[in-house]
Design a protein around this ligand. Structure first.
Ligand code: BGC
Length: 369
């Protein structure tokens, strides 16, 4: 019978304990000192009284993150850590800052550190499939956090309804601009979410394109989600259309920031509706200042808590209890998709401010004394 990883962990820990109690070394010989024994799958650490306390029952989660260079992921990191610790588990976090090879080697390091389960925010939806294979080869389950890992046997996917994000953006902008020239600035082509966001936008605007009301005059991905690439894209969109653009949908707030920089340079900021996503502080400020029309707020605390709760369940060998599936090109992945919320200047107080995502003081910093 195949033993679960947790069972193996307990066996190794038990052996380690026997060794400490009988003060033996690896050859079964008696030793004069008792040293903490560390193995890949177990550890002994000092308890508050200074003695040795077994921690083998504490679930250890590896959190492999794409990047910590963006505001949103810093929140995810802190909220996920807090959620894991509130469940009595522990987490080791590594971030690759956009480097695929680094993310893979960091995941290997985490696997080697005796984790019970691996949670991954993939930089590259396809390249990270190899991480899943490696983890599974030693009996460790993998959870895709916020972004799907494609063509891999992942055990769980916890995210938001990302197609809905795009739909909310397009609904808000088409209400203001039912006819005209649209620019779409997408996210990173390598991120499955970028494709879902775009799909959501086109779910709404395609019928209007077919009617001849909307024309998409520019449509490009912003490599690696960077504002500087979005800025270059928006400059190109404006110059190709002699600045005659009526609306812009950007895949997130960082790229919306690049777009608004390009509009500002042409004296157009605040005159052309712009949508973003993430409810970043800078975007919330632009909304109340009038240069960005809307953002999509995704309550990250709820995501972090759900992912932590289900990761711990899976690590214990329990069922995650999901009720929907998402196809990742290989399997139907058990999934949880949380609901995103559209935010504009009219509901900003009752959404992101009421939730404590940002303080009122910070959001209105530049418009109120
Ligand atoms: C996330 C967005 C984020 C983007 C860039 C996407 O996968 O869902 O919230 O803005 O990555 O980091």
């Amino acid at each position: 019978m195949k033993r679960s990883f947790m069972q193996l962990k307990h066996i190794v820990l038990a052996l380690a304990l026997i060794c400490v109690v009988s003060a033996c070394n690896g050859n079964g010989e008696l030793k004069s000192t008792q040293e903490p024994i560390m193995s890949a799958n177990s550890s002994l650490q000092s308890d508050s009284g200074g003695g040795l306390a077994p921690v083998g029952d504490k679930i250890k989660i590896g959190f492999s993150m794409d990047t910590l260079l963006e505001e949103r992921w810093l929140k995810d990191k802190d909220l996920f850590k807090a959620a894991v610790e509130a469940l009595g588990a522990e987490v080791i976090i590594m971030a690759a800052n956009g480097d695929d090879a680094k993310q893979i080697s960091q995941a290997e390091t985490l696997i080697g550190q005796g984790i019970d389960i691996l949670v991954v925010v993939p930089h590259n939806a396809e390249a990270t499939a190899v991480i899943v294979k490696k983890a599974h080869s030693v009996g460790i389950k993998v959870v895709a956090y916020d972004r799907l890992i494609k063509n891999a046997d992942i055990d769980l996917y916890v995210s938001f309804d990302n197609e809905k994000v795009g739909e909310l953006q397009a609904e808000a902008i088409t209400k203001l601009v039912p006819r005209g020239k649209y620019v779409y600035i997408g996210g990173a082509d390598t991120d499955n979410n970028a494709h879902l966001f775009k799909k959501g936008v086109f779910n709404i605007i395609q019928p209007m394109i077919d009617k001849g009301d909307i024309r998409v005059v520019y449509d490009q991905w912003a490599k690696d989600w960077t504002p500087v690439n979005a800025l270059a894209n928006m400059k190109a969109a404006l110059s190709a259309n002699d600045n005659r653009v009526d609306a812009v949908i950007a895949a997130n707030d960082a790229t919306a920031g690049g777009v608004i920089q390009a509009l500002t340079a042409q004296g157009l900021a605040g005159k052309i509706p712009v949508a973003g996503q993430d409810a970043e502080l800078a975007a919330a400020q632009r909304i109340v200042e009038g240069t960005q029309t809307m953002t999509v707020y995704k309550p990250i605390k709820a995501l972090a808590e759900k992912a932590a709760e289900l990761a711990v369940k899976l690590a214990k060998g329990e069922n995650a209890g999901t009720d929907r599936k998402v196809n990742n090109g290989k399997i139907e992945v058990p999934s949880v998709l949380l609901l995103p919320i559209a935010v504009d200047k009219f509901n900003i107080d009752e959404t992101i401010i009421a939730d404590g995502f940002h303080s009122r003081e910070d959001v209105y910093k530049n418009v109120e004394k």
